[in-house]
Design a protein. Structure first.
Length: 549
C-alpha cells in the first residue's frame, strides 16, 4: 500500500510533535510513531527546559555555559540560535497549554519558577515540578489530536527511508513503515520527511531511556547515505536510582542543583576532589568521579543525600522522585538515595544545519536524533528539550519555503514477499543482550583502545547475524530494533576509535589529554559500501539541501 502526504513525521516526542503542529499550517501531515503516541524520551524528562527568563540572567551567560560544557566542539552559530530563540519557544509552549510550575513572587514577567542544574551559572530551568516531559507531551499530543491536518499512526514502525538517487544526489521520498499489529508494510510517500525518532540509550545495558530509544533514526539515515556526526559523545547520567525494584530511574540533576550532596557509603563527600563546582560539576565530571570511586571501593553504588533539605521542599519540588523512591522503601527526606550512572543522552546523530536540513535532500532531522552542533562534546543539562523546540520551528519554516517546488516521484512498494522466514524470539533476545552488554562493558564512561576493539568485534558479529535475519526473516519491531541498535553501536565505536584524545563525554585511557591540534573538529561518518567511512568535510554531493524534485 502507498499513502501520499505532504509531510511525513517519524516520531511523536517533543521534536516530532512540535514540527507536525507547524507543518500542518501548510500541508497534510502523517505523524508515524512506533508505540503509543506519548511513548518517548520526552515523556520521562524531569528537570526541564533551559531558557533565559530571569531578568538577572543573560543570553551571554547561557551561551557561555553551553560552550564551556561542549569543550570546543559546539557550533557557535547553532548555540546562539538555541539560546536567543529559547524564551519565545517556551512562551509558545505555554500558549499551547503546557502548565509550568509558577512562583508568584518570581521577578520574571511569566512568574515561572526557575530551577538550577549542574553547569548552569544561573537559575534558568523552566519546569513542571519534576514531570516536565510528561506535561509537555500531554499538551502537545492534545494539540495534535485536535488538528484535522495531522493524521496520527500509532504502533507503526519506520523500517527505512525511501531514497532516490539522481546522479550523485540522494533525495528522500518518504519511508517504509511496518504496522506492528498486522505485519503489513506501507510506503509513505512524502515531499518532506522529518526524522524525529529520538535517542539510542537502549544500545547500553543500563540506561535511563525507555524501550523506544534504539537509535532507529540514526541507523535509517546512515543506511540512506546521510552524514552522521559525533556519535562517540554519549552522556551518562550520574544519578540513577540503584535498586532492583526501579532500575535506572532517573534522579534529576535538579536534586543536586537544589543542594543534594554526593557521598560514599562512609558518609565522606568526594566531588570537591574532582571539580571546583563540587556537587554542581557538569555531568560527565560527576559520572567519571562516581565511576572512579566505585572502582576504588569495589562497592555497587554511591549516595545522594538531601536529608538536610526541608521535607516539605523535597515533596513540593520532587514529588515524582519522592514517591518513586518511597515505593521501593527509600524515604528521601530521611534516607540517602543509592545511585549509579547510566547511559542517558546522545550528543551526536544525523548531521544537520541550523534549519534542520540533513545531507539528503528533503530529509530533515530534529531533536535527539539530530546533531545540530549545539552540544559539542557534552550537553548542558536541559538544553535538549530546548534544542528540539527551537530547531523544530526552524525546520518547519524552512520546509514551508521549499515544499511547493517538490514534485513527488514514483516509489516502489516494499518487497514484503522476501521477508517470510520465522525468526526465533530467543535468538533476538540473546543477540540484543550480547550487544547491550558489550556496549556497557567496553564503550562506557571510561574507554580504552583494547576495550573498543573488543566491542567492535562483538558488535560486527551481532550486526552480521541481525542483517542475515532481516534479509529473509518475518519483520517484527524486535528484529528491526536489533538491526538498528547494531548499526548504531558500530557507529559509536568507530567514532570513539577515530577520536584519539579525551574530550567532554569521550574519555580514552590511552589518550587522556585533549588534542586541539588534531581533534578540535566533528567526527563525520558516512556509508561507504558495507562499512562506515570517516570523512573530514562534506563532499559536493553531501551539502545540506532541500527542494529538489
Ligand atoms: C529520564 C530522562 C530525563 C530527561 N530529562 C531531561 C530534562 O530534564 N531536560 C532536557 O532538556 N532533556 C531531558 N532528557 C532528554 C530529553 O528528554 C530528550 O533528549 C528529548 O525528549 C528527545 O526528544 P525527541 O522528540 O527527539 O525524541 P523522543 O522524545 O524520544 O521521541 C522519539 C519518538 O520517535 C518514535 N520512534 C523511534 N523510532 C521509531 C521508528 N522506527 N518508527 C516510528 N517511530 C519511532 C518514538 O516512539 C518516539 O515517539 C531526559 C531524558 C530522559 C530519558
Amino acid at each position: 500500500m502507498i499513502i501520499d502526504v505532504d509531510v511525513l513525521v517519524l516520531g511523536s516526542g517533543i521534536a516530532g510533535l512540535s514540527f507536525a503542529l507547524r507543518a500542518a499550517q501548510y500541508g497534510r501531515v502523517a505523524l508515524v510513531t512506533k508505540k503509543r503516541d506519548t511513548e518517548s524520551n520526552t515523556n520521562y524528562a524531569q528537570g526541564g527546559v533551559a531558557a533565559v527568563i530571569d531578568p538577572d540572567d543573560s543570553f551571554e551567560a547561557h551561551i557561555r555555559d553551553t560552550l564551556t560544557t561542549g569543550v570546543g566542539l559546539c557550533h557557535e552559530d547553532a548555540v546562539e540560535i538555541l539560546v536567543r530563540e529559547g524564551p519565545d519557544r517556551v512562551r509558545e509552549l505555554i500558549e499551547l497549554g503546557v502548565r509550568f510550575t509558577r512562583n508568584s513572587k518570581a521577578k520574571n514577567p511569566l512568574h515561572l519558577h526557575l530551577g538550577r542544574e549542574g553547569g548552569h551559572s544561573a537559575r534558568r530551568i523552566v519546569h513542571a515540578a519534576d514531570l516536565t516531559g510528561r506535561e509537555i507531551e500531554r499538551a502537545l499530543v492534545a494539540q495534535v489530536k485536535a488538528n484535522h491536518d495531522i493524521r496520527l499512526f500509532e504502533h507503526d514502525h519506520a523500517i527505512d527511508l525511501i531514497i532516490e538517487r539522481v546522479n550523485e544526489k540522494k533525495i528522500c521520498r518518504g519511508a517504509y513503515v511496518l504496522d506492528s499489529e498486522t505485519g503489513d508494510v506501507t510506503a509513505f510517500r512524502a515531499k518532506v520527511t522529518m526524522l524525529a525518532t529520538g535517542g539510542l540509550g537502549r544500545v547500553y545495558l543500563h540506561t535511563t531511556n525507555p524501550e523506544i530509544a534504539t537509535g532507529d533514526g540514526v541507523a535509517m539515515a546512515y543506511r540512506a547515505g546521510a552524514v552522521i556526526a559525533n556519535m562517540e559523545f554519549i552522556q551518562f547520567h550520574p544519578t540513577t536510582l540503584y535498586h532492583p525494584g526501579a532500575r535506572s530511574f532517573l534522579i534529576s540533576e535538579a536534586v543536586r542543583g537544589e543542594g543534594g550532596i554526593l557521598r560514599l557509603s562512609t558518609g565522606e563527600t568526594f566531588m570537591e576532589k574532582y571539580h571546583e563546582m563540587g556537587n554542581l560539576a557538569p555531568r560527565d565530571v560527576v559520572a567519571r568521579a562516581i565511576d572512579a570511586e566505585l572502582k576504588k571501593s569495589g562497592e555497587e553504588c554511591v549516595y545522594l543525600d538531601v536529608t538536610h533539605l526541608p521535607p516539605d521542599f523535597i515533596k513540593e519540588h520532587f514529588p515524582h522522585i519522592y514517591e518513586t523512591c518511597l515505593s521501593v522503601g527509600i524515604d528521601i527526606t530521611k534516607d540517602w538515595i543509592p545511585i549509579v550512572p547510566a547511559a542517558h543522552y546522545a550528543c551526536g546523530g544525523v548531521l544537520t544545519d541550523t534549519e534542520g536540513r540533513t545531507t539528503i535532500a528533503n530529509l530533515y532531522a530534529c531533536g535527539e536524533v539530530a546533531c545540530t552542533g549545539v552540544h559539542g562534546a557534552n550537553r548542558l543539562a536541559s538544553n535538549s528539550l530546548l534544542e528540539a523546540i527551537v530547531f523544530a520551528r526552524r525546520a518547519a519554516l524552512d520546509a514551508e519555503k521549499s515544499i511547493h517546488s517538490v514534485v513527488p516521484d514514483e516509489v516502489q512498494e516494499f518487497p514484503i514477499e522476501n521477508h517470510t522466514l520465522p525468526v526465533s524470539e530467543d535468538e533476538l533476545d540473546e543477540l540484543t543482550l550480547t550487544l547491550r552488554t558489550a556496549m556497557w562493558k567496553y564503550v562506557g564512561i571510561v574507554r580504552s583502545n583494547e576495550r573498543l576493539q573488543k566491542a567492535l568485534s562483538v558488535i560486527r558479529e551481532v550486526k552480521e547475524r541481525a542483517e542475515r535475519l532481516y534479509e529473509r526473516g518475518r519483520l517484527s519491531p524486535k528484529l528491526l530494533e536489533l538491526r538498528n541498535m547494531a548499526q548504531t553501536a558500530e557507529l559509536i565505536v568507530l567514532s570513539a576509535l577515530w577520536r584519539k584524545e579525551s574530550r567532554g563525554l569521550h574519555y580514552n585511557l590511552d589518550y587522556p589529554e585533549t588534542d586541539d591540534v588534531n581533534f578540535k573538529r566533528d567526527t563525520l561518518l558516512v556509508r561507504n559500501g558495507p562499512v562506515p567511512e570517516q570523512v573530514s568535510a562534506l563532499s559536493a554531493s553531501e551539502q545540506f539541501s532541500v527542494g529538489s524534485s
